[in-house]
Write a protein that binds this ligand. Structure first.
Ligand code: ATP
Ligand code: MG
Length: 485
């Protein structure tokens, strides 16, 4: 390991001001300092503050052991089995306090690798310097010292920040082997910061992608949520596809993306991610169930189609398809039951939203998952799935009007059915979701009333409109403020 003195940037030469640091984080830093311990902000928060972004959370590193931290703060809980961390609670906000750790190669004992070179245990305390070198990327290894408000840089992170470069600390192949999730982290930060992944790290990602198979499914679930619940989810998706990592997260979807018609399902996934990202940017809540429903829609849709063709009732076909797709996916990313259940409800609503006669529309409307189901329908329509315009417009209007008008809308549906002599069963037989995306076969007879309408108008392809090509990785650069170095 290199053992050079770090670059120290005094307060006067950097732009991190205490005004931008959470008051609770400052309290923790100050209290540790006053108790005679070292205390630093570290990781994403320092990086983001330097870039002028608002940090997601504030992490603290110290030479106090977790037990010592607990001795100082009443509102403190120790967590973690792989390594112990202290969480200091202030209502909603949690400040994570970690004791300096050494990387596995600095540790004589306590750190442990398995046969593939993967870390299985790394609970060895170390010095500030050890702690810097065991981190993943140089821009994530910058420290803000509460003792004198200076910045401490052991790994060249300040320079990389300035050049918009994501550089792995140490030897990229070895570091990615130790923990393959670092490949996903590289992509997440490249997407979020608009940084370029440096050549060697990129090479390691391209060659070691297969190691993703070794990552425990529970950890992969967490990573997927982190990857896509950012304000830059579409960029991250583009990069995951570019580096061919997406297939280790959503193999069935990835496979289907290879056989797309008219940019479907690519458009659908991209639009779902764009709308999620928009919500994140607006600080609205986002739900992994919607994300999973969107990511797995194409596998569910195509499987349901096959089952329907085999004669299964459409609703059963959808349930059965959902069941199988979730069962496959859970082996890769351990989706908690409560979340997969919500995804299923969103899918099942897609069929049920077609049936609006009698009191059904009102009942659907009052369902807990209605809004998610409707939003999902809007996305399908917007991304070119065929024949959903009328249905989408109907539900949009249904929500805008008052009670009287709503009942009139439902009566109109009933009247239409009576005029045609249809029953609900007929609707199911003929009108259930017609599983043809944008690319519609001209010669095939239309199957649903929506298809009929569009067919009559001579419209034979879905409104795919703006085509989107696969994006190369971003070259966008963010400049770090002058470090004074
Ligand atoms: P975000 O803004 O998304 O929270 P972050 O950089 O803070 O980004 P975290 O996952 O919160 O990321 O981790 C905090 C810090 O811990 C990182 O900045 C990095 O220094 C270190 N770290 C996290 N995961 C790893 C890992 N797998 N390998 C090495 N270091 C890691
Ligand atoms: Mg963080």
């Amino acid at each position: 390991m290199d053992s050079k003195p770090p670059l120290i940037v005094p307060r006067a030469q950097h732009n991190i001001s205490r005004a931008n640091i959470s008051a609770n984080a400052l309290k923790v830093l100050q209290r540790l300092h006053n108790s005679g311990f070292q205390a630093y902000l570290v990781g994403g928060c320092v990086r983001d503050l330097l870039l002028g972004h608002e940090p997601k959370d504030f992490d603290v590193a110290t030479d106090a052991t977790p037990e010592q931290v607990r001795g100082i703060f009443r509102n403190c809980r120790l967590i973690g089995r792989r390594f112990r961390l202290a969480h200091v609670h202030f209502g909603e906000e949690v400040i994570e306090v970690a004791t300096f750790r050494a990387g596995h190669d600095q540790a004589e004992s306590g750190g442990k690798l398995n046969d593939e070179g993967m870390i299985v245990r790394d609970n060895v305390y170390g010095t500030l310097e050890d702690d810097a070198w065991r981190r993943d990327f140089t821009v994530n290894a910058l420290y803000y010292n509460i003792a004198d408000f200076s910045l401490v840089d052991y790994t060249g992170g300040l320079g990389d920040l300035e050049f918009g470069r994501l550089r792995m600390i140490g030897e990229p192949f070895q570091r990615m082997r130790e923990d393959p999730v670092r490949m996903l982290r590289a992509v997440r930060f490249a997407g979020k910061l608009g940084f370029r992944i440096d050549d060697q790290a990129e090479d390691a990602i391209i060659k070691l992608g297969y190691l993703m198979d070794e990552v425990p499914s529970a950890r992969l679930f967490d990573e997927v949520v982190k990857l896509f619940h950012t304000g830059y989810a579409e960029d991250v998706f583009g990069l995951l596809r570019h580096y061919d990592l997406f297939r280790y997260l959503f193999p069935e979807t990835d496979e289907l993306l290879g056989h797309q018609l008219d940019q479907f399902p690519y458009n659908f996934v991209a639009k779902a991610l764009a709308s999620t990202a928009q919500r994140v940017r607006e600080d609205k809540p986002v739900n992994p169930a919607f994300l999973y429903a969107a990511m797995l829609w194409e596998p569910v849709r195509t499987r349901a189609e096959v089952l329907r063709d085999q004669g299964l009732h459409p609703q059963r076909a959808m349930e059965e398809a959902a069941e199988r797709v979730i069962a496959e996916q859970v082996r890769i990313t351990a989706i908690p039951k409560r979340i997969s259940q919500q995804s299923r409800e969103i899918w099942e609503l897609q069929d049920r939203l077609m049936f609006r006669g009698g009191k059904r529309a009102i009942r659907l409307f009052e369902q807990k998952r209605f809004r998610a189901g409707y939003d999902f329908l809007v996305l399908r329509n917007a991304s070119g799935e065929y024949g959903l315009q009328e249905l989408t417009d109907w539900w949009t209007r249904f929500q805008e009007v008052g009670d009287v008008e709503r009942h009139a809308m439902m009566r109109a549906i009933d009247a239409e059915r009576t005029n045609k002599g249809n029953t609900v069963e007929d609707d199911y037989a003929g009108n259930s979701i017609h599983y043809v995306p944008g690319g519609y076969d001209d010669d095939a007879p239309p199957q649903s009333q929506y298809d009929k309408r569009h067919h009559d108008q001579g419209e034979t392809t879905g409104p795919t409109g703006n085509k989107r090509r696969r994006r190369p990785p971003r070259k966008r650069r963010s400049r770090a403020p002058r470090s004074g170095a």
